[in-house]
Design a protein around this ligand. Structure first.
Ligand SMILES: [Zn+2]
Ligand SMILES: [Zn+2]
Length: 304
């Protein structure tokens, strides 16, 4: 049976929430930001974000006190900064140890883990073998926009397809990795959830979100084996976009330009994900629709 991670996006009180989970902020001792935390939160509020994590290097930032003032869902966390980096979000404190220990402890603290910038500095900054061997993380940054002004490749759809092709259920995330003002709102996650932490965390663990650098998903359906997707650039009147359907091994199954994209599955697919490209180069990545039986779900993906 094929699972559509968006099939629950009619939950009562649910809405699309804009989120960034990778934000460096704070100017005090041991912080790694350039601006005060509150200034950065206010800037994200101004950029119409609903959900934010301040994720400093091996420094846990409890910034819950700003949640009410800015009417945002604040999820605490940190960036585990022994190479290769990982985000721990929704947990309760800084964690030390090797990567697998940190994932296990983060999960124990009811948090989740996102592998960071897999192609920073070089291809396979995150070795594919290690990504395949580690267990219990929720996702990876398929896009990290700061990398393009540092060195390397911010896109990591290659590593994502590699993991998905092995039947490893890993969700794609998009984050700013904010350090300076010009890093803001370059890539984000749109999550279908209620405006509270538990609902957001549940939607993240079930894949009910997509990644964007400037497009909104207007329609996504999966009926009788047909995937149909339609995306727009906010309130623009441009309706022509390119829809790319991608399967196992990163193979392009279909490309279509128009007001929507449609792909009829023949049932042999392991997974199919959709990428949309707009006329100005903005992109949108959906999570995969996947064959449940052939996907060995990471057995402890999200048990609490
Ligand atoms: Zn990092
Ligand atoms: Zn970072």
């Amino acid at each position: 049976m094929f699972i559509n991670p968006y099939e629950n996006n009619n939950i009562d009180g649910g809405q699309w929430l804009k989120a960034n989970f990778h934000t460096h902020a704070g100017t005090g001792e041991n912080t790694c930001g350039h601006y005060e935390i509150e200034e950065v939160i206010a800037a994200y509020k101004g950029a119409r974000y609903d959900v934010l994590t301040i994720s400093n290097h091996d420094l846990f930032s409890d910034v819950q006190k700003y949640q009410e003032k800015y009417e945002m869902v604040i999820i605490n966390g940190f960036e585990f900064s022994t190479d290769p980096h990982m985000l721990c979000i929704g947990n309760t404190g800084v964690i030390k140890g090797n990567h697998q220990d940190v994932i296990n402890e983060c999960r124990k603290q009811r948090g989740l883990v996102i592998l960071c910038h897999p192609n920073w500095q070089r291809m396979q900054y995150w070795p594919w073998k290690d990504m395949a061997d580690l267990k219990g993380y929720t996702g990876m940054e398929i896009f990290n926009s700061v990398i393009y002004r540092l060195n390397g490749k911010g896109l990591a759809a290659d590593a994502w397809d590699f993991l998905l092709s092995q039947g490893k259920l890993v969700w794609g995330f998009g984050n700013d990795d904010f350090h300076r003002w010009h890093d803001i709102a370059r890539s984000w996650n749109m999550i279908y959830a209620k405006r509270d932490k538990d609902s957001v965390m549940n939607s993240l663990s079930s894949g009910n979100f997509y990644v964007s650098t400037g497009m909104i998903l207007k329609e996504f359906s999966f009926n009788d084996g047909t995937i149909r997707a339609s995306a727009v650039s906010y309130n623009g009147f441009v309706t022509e976009n390119k829809y790319i359907f991608i399967g196992k091994g990163g193979e392009i199954l279909k490309e279509q330009t128009g007001e929507y994209g449609e792909y009829k599955m023949d049932g042999s697919e392991l997974y199919v994900r959709v990428q949309v490209v707009s006329e100005h180069g903005a992109m949108l990545w959906t999570q995969p629709i996947y064959d449940e039986e052939r996907f060995k779900k990471q057995e402890d993906l999200w048990k609490v």
